[in-house]
Design a binder for this molecule. Sequence first.
Ligand code: FAD
Length: 337
Amino acid sequence: DKITDKINALSKDADYFSLEFFPPKTQMGFANLQNRLERMATALRPLFVTVTWGAGGSTASKSLELAEICQRQLNLTTCLHLTCTNMSRKLIDEALEQAKALGIRNILALRGDPPRSEEYREGGQAEKVEADNDSNKEFVWAIDLVRYIRKQYGDYFCIGVAAYPEGHSDQSHPEHQDPNFDLPYLVEKTKAGADFIMTQLFFDVHAYEHFEEMLRNHSSGVFKTIPIIPGLMPIQSYQILRRTTKLSHASLPPDMLARLDKVKGDDEAVKSVGVDIISEIIEAIRRRDSTGRRGFHFYTLNLEKAVAHVVERCQLIPPSTPDKDVEEAITLDDIAP
Ligand code: FAD
C-alpha cells in the first residue's frame, strides 16, 4: 500500500505513527529483530514501518532482506530508505526493482552522507571512493533520486523526502545549518514529486513548530497539504541520547537536559523521564494542530519498550481489527511490563 493512501483513508481525527528499523549485521540479530517486529506489529499496529539504507549501498542486501520480512512476512506497509550519492545507477535500479518485486510501494528518497574526509586519506579506499564519485555525477542531491524514480516508475512509488527542523548540518557548508538555507531546495525537492516529508529527530518542540509553520505558510503553496511527519527518538539511555543529539545536531532544551541529568546514573529512570519527554512533545504538537491525521515517526534503534510506552501513553495505537486472531493473543503486556 502507499503511505499517502493509508493516511487519506484514516478518519479525520485519527492520528498515526510509523517505526524505523535498521538491518542487523548478523543472522542472529535478524532472528531477534523478527520476533520483536512480530510483537510490535501486532501490539502497536504502526501505520507503516521504514527500513534504513546504508550510505553508498553498504547494507543493500540486508536492507532488502529486512524490507522483505516487514512487507512480505509480516504484511506491514513498508517504506524503504534509499540513498543516491556514491551509488551506481545499477545499484539504484536493482534496489528499486527488488523493492517493486517485494510489493513495496514506498521509498524515502535521500542523498545519503558523502564519505567523510578521513576516508579519502586511506590510500586504496580514497581511489575507490573518487572513482565511484566520477562515475556517478548523475546523483548528487536527493532531488536527483526523486526525479529519477518519477521518470522510471511514474506514480508507482509513494516518495518521501527528508527535512531538518533545526537545519541540515553538512560538512560541505557547516556555516549554513539553518532551515532557511535548506528551504529553497526543499521546495524544489517537493515539487519534483515528493508525497510526504519526514523530519530529522528533534527535542526542541518550538523549533519544530516554527519549522512546520514556515513550510505550511510558504508562498509556493507546495507544503499546504503534504503530510509532514515529525521524527522523534525515544530516549534509550543517557549516553545514546548525548551521542545521537551530537550526530544529528538536534538541540536539547536546558530544562529537558536538567531533568535527565538528575537521573543520569539510573538507566530505568532515564527511560521513564524519556517517555515523559517524548509524550509531552507529541501532546504539544497535537495541541497546536487540530487538523487531524497527524503522524509521528519514531527512530526506534530497533528497540521496543520505550516506543511502546510512548505510543500507549499518547493513545496512538489504533484499535485492532477483530478478524485477526493472533492479535488477541499478543497485547501490549508482552512488550511493556
Ligand atoms: P538533500 O535534500 O540533497 O539535502 C542535503 C543538503 O544539501 C541540505 O543542506 C540542502 O539544503 C543542500 N542542498 C540540496 N540541494 C542543493 C543544491 N542544489 N545546491 C546546494 N545545496 C543543496 N542516511 C542514510 O545514509 N541512510 C538512511 O537510511 C537515512 N535515513 C534518513 C531518514 C530521515 C527521516 C532523515 C531526516 C535522514 C536520513 N538519512 C539517512 C540522512 C541523510 O542521508 C543525510 O542527512 C544527508 O546528508 C542529506 O540527505 P537529504 O536527502 O536530506 O539531502
